[in-house]
Design a protein around this ligand. Structure first.
Ligand SMILES: NC(=O)c1ccc[n+]([C@@H]2O[C@H](COP(=O)([O-])OP(=O)(O)OC[C@H]3O[C@@H](n4cnc5c(N)ncnc54)[C@H](O)[C@@H]3O)[C@@H](O)[C@H]2O)c1
Length: 397
């Protein structure tokens, strides 16, 4: 397929920081996905940038075919030649910007947590419900790792039998350094009372929610370990570091045919862990474990018959993502690949609809939905209340 045969989806980026640039980099190497029998018939083109920082906008002008350059996001929303926006801004801005985007009629991939707190998320949800034709998805890329997708397929096949327990988490280590300077993610005004819950919570909850494993109750313990940080790099003045660093939630999942405990942990201070996302499922017929700590490795343990040997299989997963890539199967998959796969899923669903998605695999894996974002806020809000009261908080159901 020639590049011109791919339908351009013209994007504006609102917030061109860490994540905005990840999208730009993924879009710039779209030829990576010109592979396999059904290469994408769509291509993101970043034609607009909105950021308060001139340096950020310069970066986009240097690296993308920018036609709209602004520090006022409403200018992108009123640009008739833009089809969609990606919003990656601090959490206190989500509600205002996301609701304005939805009302503008542009498609949107919005960053998690989709609102600084439960109330903000409810108002975003309301705006989406009032505009049912709006195509809106929430960013969460790590489930696109091929190892995680193998686990998705196992769940879809019902391979686990009776589930005994599930553990999922997302752990970082950089905040172990008490001299790491403050940033907006450590300030309640910008990151919310949730702190780490909102910052990282969707990552480990995305797959459980997709599987229908919605907790009926939550008990949670939060830690705030580092309570002040330098105002800037090398600055001797320290300012309050207000947000929760670590959260451990023990939840009870009950579905029509399963009843099990699920532990979900999100940590800003997990010594030795740099962007470690993991899911472990123990079942009577199959167990499995995938972690980005060893991104090629998938551990599975089938238990086919009573008394069979219990031995873990440890396999390297080939580079075989949902959207075929020019990268050979012998190579390794990484964060930037997961971002690109997520973007392909967003553009694919927007272009071809859920049923027409050009992915490999029987059931397409689409991006996190606003409903999944809403359900994750229900869990985070309950977790916050559980820590505050020391009680188990019911989520109903
Ligand atoms: N999916 C992931 O893996 C992942 C990882 C990190 C962050 N995030 C999410 O992405 C979002 C942004 O985080 P980040 O790490 O990219 O932050 P960042 O601080 O690196 O970037 C935010 C950008 O927004 C800009 N900005 C601030 N106010 C603005 C305004 N009014 N209009 C336009 N631009 C404005 C800032 O100048 C900055 O460039 C957050 O929701 C965060 O939770 C997601």
């Amino acid at each position: 397929m020639s590049a011109s045969a791919r339908k351009p989806i013209r994007f504006g980026v609102i917030g061109g920081g860490l994540m905005g640039r990840e999208f730009a980099a993924a879009a710039a190497r779209w030829c990576q996905l010109d592979a396999g029998p059904h290469p994408p018939d769509f291509e993101p083109v970043i034609a607009g940038i909105c950021d308060l920082s001139p340096a950020v906008r310069d970066w986009f002008n240097r690296n993308c075919p920018i036609e709209h350059d602004t520090d006022d996001y409403t200018a992108l929303l009123s640009a008739d030649d833009l089809d969609a926006v990606y919003v990656a801004v601090p959490h206190d801005l989500h509600e205002r910007i996301y609701t304005d985007v939805v009302r503008s009629g542009k498609a949107m991939l919005g960053e998690k947590p989709f609102g600084i707190d439960h109330a903000a998320n409810a108002r975003i949800t309301e705006a989406i419900e009032a505009h049912p034709k709006a195509f809106v998805r929430c960013s969460s890329e790590i489930p696109f790792f091929p190892g995680a997708q193998r686990i998705v397929e196992m769940v879809q096949r019902g391979a686990f039998g009776t589930i005994l327990d599930v553990e999922a988490g997302f752990w970082h280590n950089s905040d172990l350094n008490p001299d790491k300077p403050i940033n907006w993610k450590r300030q309640v005004a910008h990151c919310g009372e949730y702190g780490v819950l909102g910052d990282l919570g969707l990552h480990p909850l995305h797959l459980p929610l997709r599987f229908g494993w919605v907790p009926r109750d939550v008990r949670c313990v939060l830690n705030n370990v580092v309570t002040s940080r330098p105002r800037a790099a090398g600055d001797s003045v320290r300012v309050p570091c207000e947000t929760w660093d670590n959260a451990t939630m023990l939840t009870h999942v009950r579905t029509d045919d399963q009843d099990f405990p699920m532990t979900v942990s999100v940590k800003r201070i997990a010594p030795g862990h740099q962007n470690t996302w993991f899911v472990k499922i123990a079942g009577t017929r199959q167990s499995a474990h995938f972690s980005t700590e060893n991104p090629k490795t998938l551990r599975t343990m089938p238990y086919a018959s009573p008394g069979a040997t219990q031995a873990w299989n440890v396999a390297d997963v080939p580079f075989a993502p949902r959207y075929a890539s020019v990268t050979g199967g012998i190579f390794e998959f990484g964060f930037a690949d997961a971002i690109q796969q997520m973007w392909a899923a967003f553009c694919d669903e927007m272009t071809n609809g859920r049923d027409g998605m050009r992915q490999t695999g029987e059931t397409p894996f689409h991006c996190a939905t606003p409903d999944e974002a809403r359900r994750h806020h229900d869990i985070l809000d309950a977790a916050l209340r559980s820590h505050g009261t020391g009680q188990v908080v019911s989520l109903g159901g």
